[in-house]
Design a protein around this ligand. Structure first.
Ligand SMILES: [Zn+2]
Length: 165
């Protein structure tokens, strides 16, 4: 069976089934194919508009998300180099600094360097276990606090920048 879209000479369009394509031709020639509306026998196969995809209509474009705005380029922070305290000193301060350096030099020249044994030696002096003398050395923050808590008087040696090398 084949289905034809037909149209009569009055413009009526209708569908009809035939055994095959030649069956339509035979029946049409014999006037057996008639319009169901006006009964006209002048029936032809309708020009079938091929259902082709129209090419003049652009398919919807895929929506492309715009690229995200470029993140502002933050300049890489320069590697933090350790900073040293610095100062511009007035003449009076330079004089004080000189005195501090003199004090330090005096202490280190005349005192007995005990190094990391400073807390121990300081206690000996404080508690009279050894002669009272000037010593200098190193103490950690915890040790210094302990000495301070025990009432042992001591002083941090002034550290001058140009002594630190
Ligand atoms: Zn008709």
């Amino acid at each position: 069976m084949i289905r034809y879209a037909l149209a009569c000479d009055n413009g009526h369009s209708f569908d009809s089934w035939f055994a095959n394509s030649s069956a339509f031709d035979k029946q049409a020639k014999r006037g057996l194919v008639t319009c169901p509306v006006c009964n006209s026998a002048k029936v032809e196969k309708a020009i079938m508009a091929p259902r082709l995809h129209r090419t003049d209509v652009e398919p919807p474009r895929p929506i492309v998300a715009p690229p995200p705005p470029a993140a502002p380029v933050t300049p890489a922070a320069p590697a933090a180099s350790p900073k040293s305290p610095v100062a511009i000193m007035s003449p009076q301060e330079r004089e004080l600094r000189t005195k501090l350096k003199e004090l330090r030099d005096h202490v280190t020249k005349n005192a007995n360097y005990v190094g990391p044994r400073f807390p121990e030696e300081a206690r000996k002096i404080h508690y009279g276990e050894t002669e009272h003398r000037s010593i200098y050395g190193e103490a950690s923050a915890e040790e210094a606090k302990a000495l301070h808590d025990e009432g042992i008087e001591f002083h941090p040696l002034p550290v001058l920048p140009d002594d630190q090398n």
